[in-house]
Design a protein around this ligand. Sequence first.
Ligand SMILES: *Cc1c(COP(=O)(O)O)cnc(C)c1O
Length: 364
Amino acid sequence: MKPQGYPRVEINLGHLRGNVEYVVGKCREKGIEVAGVIKGTTGIPMCTKQFADGGVSYIASSRLEQIEDAKAFGIEKPFMLIRIPMLSEVEEVIRLTNLSLNSEVEVLKALNEEAGKQKKLHKVILMADLGDLREGFWDKDEMVKVGEMVENEMDNIELAGVGTNLGCYGSILATKEKLDELVVIAEEIEAKIGRTLEYISGGATSSFMRVLDGDIPERVNFLRIGEAILLARDLEVFYGYDMSEMNQDVYTLKAEVIEVKNKPSHPVGEISVDAFGHTPEYVDRGMRKRALLAVGKVDYGDTADIFPKEKGIEILGASSDHTILDIEDYDGDIKLGDIISFGIDYASVVYITNCRNVQIVFVS
Ligand SMILES: *Cc1c(COP(=O)(O)O)cnc(C)c1O
């Protein structure tokens, strides 16, 4: 393998660290702790280290392998599993993490039993589904009962609090009203168990908007944040927030030009289907200058998720291992062997950092 080859993703660790500190600082002003969610960058340990050094309370992932990698790398922080545990991984959940998000009594019982075996106290947060319709209790009376059961009958797990997730499946906005609903559930459980819960975990990056707007309910004191730290992009692109105080250039994809030629813009011959069985629209703009890159959909997923950094470069399309650029309007000369840079969004960072064809290079 070429150690410094292309395609590559350059990861600016200093900028990542800056974003961690920014988000942690903003949340701290509101009395909110942050779990740094590392799954978007595939748990690359050098990235996880920036989260840890930047002051998060927990390192969180949906995948236990990533937590195992962080531990093997020597990162010492409390760890948290944010995907509801599989029954089949309960032993590892207790071994590797200090806290998990839960929605099934059967899993809680298994966690309690396993924590007893490993002589550990494991914390749990019960998840409420407030309408986004992914994980969590729908029946809130059941949720309160399960909370009481954890408190009174399960000695090896500790009810740390309640949480919710919004804007993942059902596209539901993390409004103040939604988060107030979570606080009501927390207070019902508190009334039953006669103590204050440690955490009310009001969501992910989409709830960070409430921090920026200053209208997050007072009792929400824990968020689990990935995208806003890794890319700081979604809140600007989808909700119009000014994220200019953050670094939006932590991840850069770079690929090499393998062909430069003038070609027609409309395919020549009988149109059928492309490499993926689709027939895109091809606009006839006459002869155009184009460049072919040695990077493709297997590396980054979808061309809609990567963005040429320079003006006058347009992505026309891609197949598994090739990306086709229109460079007719580029002000300058692009030659064979040149390197083209792209910004990338969350959907693509997940692929790019997980792809053995793409070299990972740290810059700072
Ligand atoms: C992925 C995930 C997060 C982090 O989401 P971001 O939008 O990247 O901040 C938080 N909580 C849960 C349960 C998740 O699955």
